[in-house]
Design a protein around this ligand. Sequence first.
Ligand code: SF4
Length: 269
Amino acid sequence: MPSVWEQGLSLEIDSIMEFEINTKGKELFLALSTLTLIVMMVITTVLWWFASPRLHEINSILADVSLALLRIFYLVLILGTILVFLTCFLEKNFLIAKFAVHAYIRILFPVTVFLGTLIGINKDKIRESFVYVNNSFIKAIKKKFRKKDIIILIPHCLQNIECSIRITVDISKCAECGRCNVGDLCQLARKYDLKVAVATGGTLARKIIIENNPKFIIAVACQRDLVDGLQEVFPIPVYGVLNERPCGPCVNTRVDVDLIEKAIKSILI
Ligand code: SF4
């Protein structure tokens, strides 16, 4: 069965949606991941070059096979990088070789964060930039979804810490008192007839996704949780919205609900 990304390629678009998604900031991750790829290629090539006489001694086939595997590995990563660049800058869906884009996300992302922190770039800055790269994918697919196929996932830390209502079990229990954005999101969900769920961690988020089988996810979270989730659910398109943390991490966080509403208007059929 074709994936959502592949379906997006062949989809007849009635109108080019005005997707109000901020993707400014994606350049940091794109530049850093390219640098990472070059560094990885240089290091592994040098290592192979030093190891190759020994490999030949053991078995000449071993040397040839290891070189061939190394080349295939990097060809996949280069292909993934090119497709991601084309998608991000031309805003058209070039994510056709899903395995290569997956490799780009799964392999290059952690190494890029590692290299970035080594040269003194804040981890969260890199993660944030990756969220903008991901949001460029959403912009590029130019696809609309039925309300039954959309789910909004929010973190528990959006709830006011003094609120005693257990919204993790049932968010509709929220009294919409105005002390936190959970009430605003409940109103938004009612207005557009969408599902909203509170994901208190990766395991619960996975469970919610399996149960609801969404085709499009709007996920609110901090940089770390968001990138973990994006990697986890690829190729399901996820619009990542970073929460604000005026009281520090994990407590009384806030989210720009207007930003979410604009995205809903853009993607809803
Ligand atoms: S808006 Fe809802 S979740 Fe937030 S404090 Fe009020 S009742 Fe609790």
